[in-house]
Ligand binder design. Structure first.
Ligand SMILES: O=C1O[C@H](COP(=O)(O)O)[C@@H](O)[C@H](O)[C@H]1O
Length: 232
């Protein structure tokens, strides 16, 4: 795991974009990218629309999600809804390049449908679907995707996609699990903003076997993981 530190959040998001562009150039053809929700991607999408409209081969990208909140797309909590508003609509990304988790349908059925979709769309490595890149977020409680500290079993689940419940809000989620997150895919992990300083400190310390957290676990097991931060 590498931590790349930048002076500002803007420079960090630019740095992340450069890393993604390098991965895309190294793998011509459809590039399967899983994105996260939350606040960090919103700022990234705004940057991409403002400054990278003509600098990234958008036709190459196929978009997937690491997790989704179980709300309809029009809800401001929807990870897909925010990406549509801030990225797909402005850049006119075709619908056939967007593979969303449906937050508005039965979560258990949706997790099964999405697992089947990944099996069909993605190449297999180690018998599991493999993304070309996954952009993960890390919450203040050290969760990643929708794998929360109280549900570490999802890090080693047998399903590639499952349901989870947010421990505070009780909101149901659909999420990728550890085995597909850790299937030899390069992980780009933006951890941006002063409020994430304790997260960076904890990630830099590494996995504490006495107190494992989802994000520290994923970073400790990933073959290629880069944390991108403006925390110095
Ligand atoms: O709920 C979620 O939170 C995490 C972290 O988001 P952030 O707002 O701290 O950037 C995110 O990675 C996840 O996809 C999302 O559903």
């Amino acid at each position: 795991m590498e931590i790349k530190r930048y002076k500002t959040s803007a420079e960090a998001l630019e740095g992340l974009t450069g890393l993604l562009a390098d991965l895309m150039s190294a793998r011509p053809g459809p590039f399967h990218l899983a994105i996260s929700g939350g606040d960090t991607p919103k700022n990234l999408f705004k940057l991409w629309v403002d400054a990278y409209k003509d600098k990234i081969d958008w036709k190459q990208l196929r978009f997937y999600w690491v997790d989704e909140r179980c709300v309809p797309p029009a809800d401001s909590e929807s990870n897909y809804g925010q990406a549509k508003l801030l990225l797909f609509d402005p850049l006119q990304i075709p619908d056939e390049h967007i593979f969303r988790m449906k937050g508005e349908v039965d979560p258990v059925a949706e997790a099964a449908r999405y697992a089947t979709l990944l099996d069909k769309q993605l190449p297999k490595v180690n018998g599991l679907p493999r993304f070309d890149c996954i952009m993960l977020g890390v919450g203040g409680d050290m969760h990643t995707a929708s794998i929360f500290p109280g549900n570490l079993a999802l890090l080693t689940a047998k399903e590639t996609v499952t349901t989870a419940v947010h421990p505070v809000s009780g909101q149901t989620r659909v999420t990728l699990t550890g085995p597909v997150l850790l299937n030899d895919t390069p992980l780009l992990i933006p951890v941006i903003g002063a409020s994430k300083a304790p997260v960076i400190e904890a990630l830099a310390r590494g996995l504490d076997p006495q107190n494992p957290t989802p994000s520290a676990y994923v970073l400790s097991k990933a073959n290629h993981a880069t944390v991108i931060t403006d925390v110095n």
